[in-house]
Design a protein around this ligand. Structure first.
Ligand code: PLP
Length: 319
């Protein structure tokens, strides 16, 4: 199969100017550039799709079906993977807020989904479990052989991809704590499984689903078992203080994080995931919780989301 991840060995480098701005030592803050994986804008979802794509090609599937919010990065990457593999892509997307009629003037990820040739079915504001069910139903009802991929790609294949990234990161850098955004939880679960230790991963929850701690604990254990390892030691670490009003609604902390990262390091974050994750890291640094530790921020991509009209209006209004 054609590899989906153009840059499997993503770089790790320090962020000395951001570290200084946060009162950390220049060697204390690093970044793992998972935003640079490649495939239609890159990010963590490209890695997750690789294993689903293998499943699709070896199983003779003709259609990839997935879903999420209208600005889902995972949906964009699934559409790109389908295009690259010559498959059809069906996206089941939650109806956007009527104040931003994204379906009339698509922007951000939705624009890219359309450009990549995905068919889109709009559903109401379904909760997580019901949307996953709608994805499965759409796959079953499809006249061609269709593979259902859960929201965010957060089942065993997606987490396994991130267990490999955890092992890769361990070889690249001597660090104490990886900080990562939690959406559906598969990236965090995989990293913890790959590092073998929950105490080395802190997830900043962005509020995409309830019950994420239990989900990550179980998925991390299952992923480790599937790889022939022990379940990660310790207890899953999650910061729930940076969700704000709701999933997808930017916070003041997120705004500050986007501007600080951009203006100290030329680093672009997104308003839904990496911006809130960086806001969590900034709070920890300011509260002295990172003293004496070497931190690696896992940049999971998502930049196309910032260019959705909803978020350009928000950020543009701050400048
Ligand atoms: C840019 C970005 N970062 C982080 C995440 C969170 O990853 P996960 O769903 O594996 O928790 C997502 C998920 O949609 C994402 O799109």
């Amino acid at each position: 199969m054609h590899p989906l991840v153009a840059v499997p060995h993503t770089p790790v480098h320090p962020l000395p100017r951001l570290a200084s701005a946060l009162g950390l030592g220049k060697d204390q803050l690093w970044i793992k550039r998972e935003d640079l994986t490649g495939l239609a804008g890159g990010g963590n979802k490209a890695r997750k799709l690789e294993l689903f794509a293998e499943q699709a090609t070896s199983g003779g599937y003709e259609v990839l079906v997935t879903g999420g919010g209208p600005q889902s990065n995972h949906a964009r990457i699934t559409a790109a993977a389908a295009a690259l593999l010559g498959l059809e892509c069906e996206l089941v997307l939650r109806r956007p807020d009527p104040r931003w009629p994204d379906d009339v003037h698509p922007s951000g990820n939705l624009l890219l989904d359309r450009m990549l040739g995905a068919n889109i079915t709009w559903v109401g504001a379904l909760p997580f479990g019901e949307l996953n069910q709608a994805i499965e139903d759409a796959a079953k009802a499809h006249p061609r052989k269709a593979l259902a991929i859960p929201i965010g790609g957060s089942s065993l294949p997606g987490a396994t991809a991130y267990a490999h990234v955890g092992a890769q990161l361990n070889e690249q850098l001597d660090f104490d704590l990886a900080v990562v955004a939690i959406g559906s939880g598969g990236t965090h679960a995989g990293l913890a499984a790959g590092l073998g230790d929950h105490s080395r991963v802190l997830g900043i929850n962005v509020g995409a689903q309830d019950g994420v701690a239990e989900f990550i604990t179980d998925l991390a254990a299952d992923t480790a078992t599937a790889l022939g390892h022990d379940a990660p030691a310790g207890v899953v670490q999650i910061d729930d203080d940076h969700v704000g009003e709701a999933y997808g609604v930017p916070t003041k902390g997120c705004e500050e994080a986007l501007l600080l990262a951009a203006r100290t390091e030329g680093l672009l974050l997104d308003p839904v995931y990496t911006g809130k994750a960086m806001a969590g890291l900034i709070t920890l640094a300011r509260n002295g919780k990172l003293a004496g530790k070497r931190i690696v921020f896992v940049h999971t991509g998502g930049l196309p989301g910032l260019l959705a009209s909803r978020y350009t209006q928000w950020m543009g209004g701050q400048l």
